[in-house]
Design a binder for this molecule. Structure first.
Ligand SMILES: *[C@@H]1O[C@H](CO)[C@@H](O)[C@H](O)[C@H]1NC(C)=O
Ligand SMILES: *[C@@H]1O[C@H](CO)[C@@H](O)[C@H](O)[C@H]1NC(C)=O
Ligand SMILES: *[C@@H]1O[C@H](CO)[C@@H](O)[C@H](O)[C@H]1NC(C)=O
Ligand SMILES: *[C@@H]1O[C@H](CO)[C@@H](O)[C@H](O)[C@H]1NC(C)=O
Ligand SMILES: *[C@@H]1O[C@H](CO)[C@@H](O)[C@H](O)[C@H]1NC(C)=O
Ligand SMILES: *[C@@H]1O[C@H](CO)[C@@H](O)[C@H](O)[C@H]1NC(C)=O
Ligand SMILES: *[C@@H]1O[C@H](CO)[C@@H](O)[C@H](O)[C@H]1NC(C)=O
Ligand SMILES: *[C@@H]1O[C@H](CO)[C@@H](O)[C@H](O)[C@H]1NC(C)=O
Ligand SMILES: *[C@@H]1O[C@H](CO)[C@@H](O)[C@H](O)[C@H]1NC(C)=O
Ligand SMILES: *[C@@H]1O[C@H](CO)[C@@H](O)[C@H](O)[C@H]1NC(C)=O
Ligand SMILES: *[C@@H]1O[C@H](CO)[C@@H](O)[C@H](O)[C@H]1NC(C)=O
Ligand SMILES: *[C@@H]1O[C@H](CO)[C@@H](O)[C@H](O)[C@H]1NC(C)=O
Ligand SMILES: [Cu+2]
Length: 618
């Protein structure tokens, strides 16, 4: 008796006893019409779409047996925000940590969840999650600081939605007809994979809302008429409570807020989402940027459409996440051991298509998944060369403090995500808010280490940060998670056009930290993807990259975007004999010519190296 009660007290103190949460996912095509405008094929699980919201308690083991029943498409699942510490092979990123799972193959994801908060899961193989293969993943934590402050919780996903299949849209996107790289415009916007959602609530009562942007492309503003709310979590990090009236939620970002409802049962309140029109090159007249869903206090009162009174979405002033403070109080990391300095560019390469580059590299998948190269390369696994030039590999030593300087040479904003970690955001200009687009007036401005505002003493940490138009952000993290981790823009169009790079963290420790189960290798065999060798699948000489997948060549010097357009069309007319097919905004080119952002104060003789080893102070 005594023993068991001690055990019970211990179990209570430690929270719920860890359990295994298991799912069998038979992934198949199903038909859905979430906006009421068009039936389309979507990726369902066990014949159902929307997909199941996965809920676990902190400490649980998540086991998902996935069978690819699509018949015509490879797939995988990334568990967005999960650190996968010791289970890098469960990260789900095709050609980084596993092979794409071909039709007819099975693959088991199995990992322990020891993190807090709001996450999601989605396919991470070419262009697959916007076809519907995404959903929330919630981690309940009985020790959350706000656990006693709310009556009930709601999970709210926001997303853009296309009527056409990604495989069709992607052919238009990466094409000679689209040399400016204009992204396909969504057809509508969803909440919880539908529209006109109602959330039944009681007056003067506090709720926890977990809000996730599971879309492909478009950031959204979020507010509730007549209410403010209190932010308590971002991307799995608890924050000191801060009041806000409007959130700006870019792709893959999450916010948890406490909402106390008005003390009335007279009316129902509008939950308003407004799509960020700055991301779109054209706005079709029938695209409904503003959408209304409702907090229902009185089922008999009307559900009215919101009237958004600002002139443009830029006039909505969102909360600046840079000012948040994690409750765990983790201090600013010390000066970095290594700096990774990369700039986003949108360029045209020799094919005539538009690509995204970090510095001069557009990510091009290797022939062997990078993790399998790390496992098979022996002592050479610490050499960047074995991972190939076009995966943009950076090797990190165990426990190094890493600083990423991310400059934006592009006029669009980009939500950047790091796998395997969250990062401290120690600098971002311009800030979210009225100045967000202020660097568009001139040339891009890069981060200047000799002229910046003070770093926060306790910086916010998250796993997706918005990189402002022509501005910059600076991030820090500790390389304490041996494995292969992607750093990429989470707009799926941009990931597909190469806006990604690869960190190989503590390569010498990867073989002892990561074990690959048989079914993972079996998926590779079925997909005919080699599991040993360097990025070129060379198993004889790991330093010989002959035959690696390479990015297209640069255009000859002197091509301006208009010149590129002209070239694209002359190639097109030579090939097809037509010159007049224009899909999107060719006359008004969105992306600027490639030129390095000027650091605020440039010193002579600065080397444009990607990484800089820094002698650690102190
Ligand atoms: C998956 O679902 C499809 C369609 O319902 C069915 O034909 C197939 O047998 C299922 N496969 C597995 C492994 O459950
Ligand atoms: C939501 O309501 C609007 C306005 O009544 C309507 O146009 C739209 O079709 C509805 N959406 C769905 C999915 O029913
Ligand atoms: C899942 O992983 C746990 C921990 O490594 C292990 O004990 C368990 O056997 C695994 N389950 C399956 C089905 O692979
Ligand atoms: C709301 O409820 C709290 C108790 O939960 C109470 O103290 C407060 O006075 C109420 N406010 C209003 C406006 O009714
Ligand atoms: C919300 O907060 C703003 C200040 O951030 C304040 O001006 C406004 O009155 C608040 N609104 C409500 C409904 O509390
Ligand atoms: C996770 O939750 C625990 C309490 O359960 C807390 O101590 C810890 O600081 C939280 N971690 C983060 C990153 O918020
Ligand atoms: C609103 O608050 C007042 C007092 O603060 C209370 O008497 C009344 O019952 C509340 N109304 C509702 C609908 O909760
Ligand atoms: C939608 O929001 C825009 C601002 O982004 C505004 O110009 C427009 O009038 C709004 N439309 C409706 C129907 O509220
Ligand atoms: C990028 O620039 C570096 C340094 O100038 C050069 O060595 C490398 O070959 C370039 N890579 C590509 C893909 O152009
Ligand atoms: C991974 O686990 C090790 C201990 O096993 C810990 O020191 C490290 O902080 C963890 N890293 C992450 C990103 O979870
Ligand atoms: C430092 O940055 C500020 C803010 O952008 C800028 O106004 C100022 O000119 C810069 N100072 C120098 C010396 O470059
Ligand atoms: C980063 O690289 C850019 C372009 O190569 C260069 O202009 C800038 O000075 C570098 N910044 C730092 C902090 O090294
Ligand atoms: Cu992007």
């Amino acid at each position: 008796m005594v023993r068991s009660s001690v055990a019970a007290v211990l179990a209570l103190a430690l929270g719920a006893v860890a359990k295994t949460v298991s799912y069998d996912f038979n992934v198949t095509w199903v038909t859905a019409n979430p906006d009421g405008l068009a039936d389309r094929k979507v990726i369902g699980v066990n014949g159902v779409w929307p997909l199941p919201v996965i809920e676990v308690d902190k400490g649980d083991q998540l086991l998902v047996n996935m069978y690819n029943g699509l018949g015509d498409k490879s797939t995988s699942i990334h568990w967005h925000g999960m650190f996968q510490n010791g289970t890098n092979n469960m990260d789900g990123a095709s050609m980084f940590t596993q092979c794409p799972i071909p039709p007819g193959s099975s693959f088991t994801y199995n990992f322990t969840i020891n993190q807090n908060g709001t996450y999601w899961y989605h396919c991470h193989t070419d262009y697959c999650y916007p076809d519907g293969y995404r959903q929330a993943l919630i981690v309940h934590d009985v020790n959350a600081p706000f656990i006693n402050d709310y009556k009930e919780e709601f999970t709210i996903t926001l997303s853009d939605w296309y009527h056409e299949m990604m495989e069709d849209l992607s052919k238009e996107f990466m094409s000679l007809y689209n040399p400016s790289g204009a992204e396909p415009i969504p057809d509508s916007f969803l909440m919880n994979d539908g529209q006109n959602r109602t959330f039944s609530v009681e007056p003067n009562t506090t709720y926890l809302l977990r809000i996730i942007n599971t879309g492909n492309f478009i950031a959204q503003y979020f507010y509730i008429e007549g209410h403010n709310f209190t932010i308590v979590e971002v991307d799995g990090v608890y924050t000191e409570p801060q009041e806000a009236s409007t959130l700006y939620i870019h792709i893959a970002q999450r916010y948890s807020v406490l909402l106390t409802t008005a003390n009335t049962t007279d009316v129902n309140y509008k939950i308003v989402t407004v799509a960020d029109q700055d991301l779109m090159d054209t706005i079709p007249s029938n695209l409904q940027l503003n959408n209304t869903n409702w907090l229902v206090l009185n089922a008999d009162a009307p559900l009215e459409q919101a009237v958004v009174t600002v002139a443009t979405s830029d006039d909505l002033v969102p909360f600046d996440d840079f000012t948040l403070v994690p409750t765990d109080g983790m201090a600013l990391l010390p000066d970095p051991d290594i700096q990774v300095n990369v700039t986003v560019y949108m360029v045209n390469l020799m094919t005539g298509y538009n690509y995204a580059e970090l510095n001069n590299i557009t990510y091009t998948a290797p022939k062997v998944p990078t993790l399998y190269t790390a496992l098979s390369a022996g002592d050479l696994r610490t050499e960047e060369v074995v991972y190939g030039e076009y995966t943009h590999p950076i090797t990190l030593a165990h426990n190094q403090v890493v600083e990423i300087i991310l400059n934006n040479g592009d006029s669009g904003s980009h939500p950047f995500h790091l796998h395997g970690h969250n990062f401290q955001v120690i600098q971002r200009e311009p800030p979210l808010g009225p100045l967000f687009n202020s660097y568009l007036d001139g040339d891009p401005i890069g981060y200047d280490p000799d002229n910046h505002t003070a770093f926060p003493a306790i910086p916010i940490r998250r796993d997706v940060i918005v990189l402002p138009p022509q501005g910059f952000t600076v991030l820090r993290f500790v390389a304490d998670n041996p494995g292969v981790w992607v750093f990429h823009c989470h707009i799926d169009w941009h990931l597909a056009s190469g806006l990604a790079m690869t960190f190989i963290e503590a390569p010498e420790l990867i073989p002892t930290h990561v074990q690959i189960p048989e079914d993972h290798y079996a998926a590779c065999a079925a997909a005919a993807v080699p599991t040993v060798g360097n990025a070129a699948a060379n198993t004889e000489d790991y330093t010989d990259l002959t035959g690696q997948n390479a990015q297209p060549a640069d255009l000859p010097d002197g091509w301006t975007p208009r010149g590129e357009t002209a070239m694209a069309f002359s190639v097109l007319s030579a090939v097809l004999g037509i010159i007049s097919l224009v899909y999107y905004g060719l006359a008004d080119l969105k992306h600027r010519p490639k030129e390095a952002p000027a650091a605020r104060e440039s010193s002579e003789g600065e080397v444009a190296a990607t990484t800089t080893e820094v002698t650690k102070q102190g």
